[in-house]
Design a protein around this ligand. Structure first.
Ligand SMILES: *Cc1c(COP(=O)(O)O)cnc(C)c1O
Length: 222
């Protein structure tokens, strides 16, 4: 079952699109089963859950943190996390920079942009991201952080026209930033698309999708 789902998901992705297998609420055994099929990038939403699972699983897993990250939880994942998708404040960048510096690491992050109509989703507005980067000194300001791109979540709706428009807006912002900020050497990744909207996200320019349900099946409620 897992193998069939995995093959199906992979077959649906163009070669330039990276798959992060979203493993929140999944056991170490379930994660290992997908690892054994060849998957290496896994995404988690809760710092404590990720910090507990990481030591139980192979060291060559690339852990992505995709949830909302509170500043006081950065230390739990800072020693090993490969990419933090949901950075939504300068204060969080300050903390990530501090923790990464203390560990002698350089931390890759994505800035989360609020593209959905829902009030509850975290993230910068487009104007805030533009303002944050406007000075062009991010690399000096956060020397232990590499800003590698943007992340966004579309409105949870059946309205495909709306979802597609939101993804296209984020892609436009991503391209604008690339043109305006050649000094951001690593600004190449656009994380958008989940199980139910990955195809729309890829059509709009995503190169990193975060997929859980389509791989592991429905999540048990927490
Ligand atoms: C849970 C989650 C996903 C995966 O959602 P599925 O619908 O299970 O594919 C992707 N991104 C984020 C931020 C999530 O919290």
């Amino acid at each position: 079952m897992l193998r069939e789902r995995y093959e199906q998901v992979k077959a649906s992705l163009p070669p330039h699109v990276e798959l992060v297998a979203v493993s929140k609420t999944r056991s170490a055994e379930e994660i290992l089963a997908l690892y054994d099929l060849g998957q290496r990038a896994f995404g988690e939403n809760y710092p404590q859950e990720l910090a507990a699972k990481q030591p139980q699983l192979p060291a060559d897993i690339a852990w992505h943190f995709i949830g909302h990250l509170q500043t006081n939880k950065v230390k739990l994942i800072a020693p090993f996390v490969q990419l933090i998708h949901g950075v939504d404040s300068a204060r969080l960048l300050d903390e990530i920079d501090k923790r990464a510096g203390a560990l002698g690491r350089s931390q890759d992050v994505l800035l989360q942009v609020h593209i959905a109509r829902e009030e509850t989703k975290h993230g910068f507005s487009s104007a805030e991201v533009t303002a944050l980067l406007a000075r062009g000194d991010a690399a000096e300001h956060w020397p232990n952080v590499r800003i590698c791109g943007l992340m966004g979540m579309a409105t949870l709706t059946e309205d495909r026209v709306l979802v597609s428009a939101e993804f296209h807006d984020l892609h436009d912002l991503f391209k604008k930033i690339q043109v305006a900020h050649p000094e951001l050497l690593h600004f190449t990744r656009l994380s958008m698309g989940m199980s139910n909207d990955a195809a729309l996200a890829i059509a709009a320019g995503s190169n990193l999708v975060r997929i859980g349900t389509a791989l592991f099946g429905e999540r048990p409620s927490r």
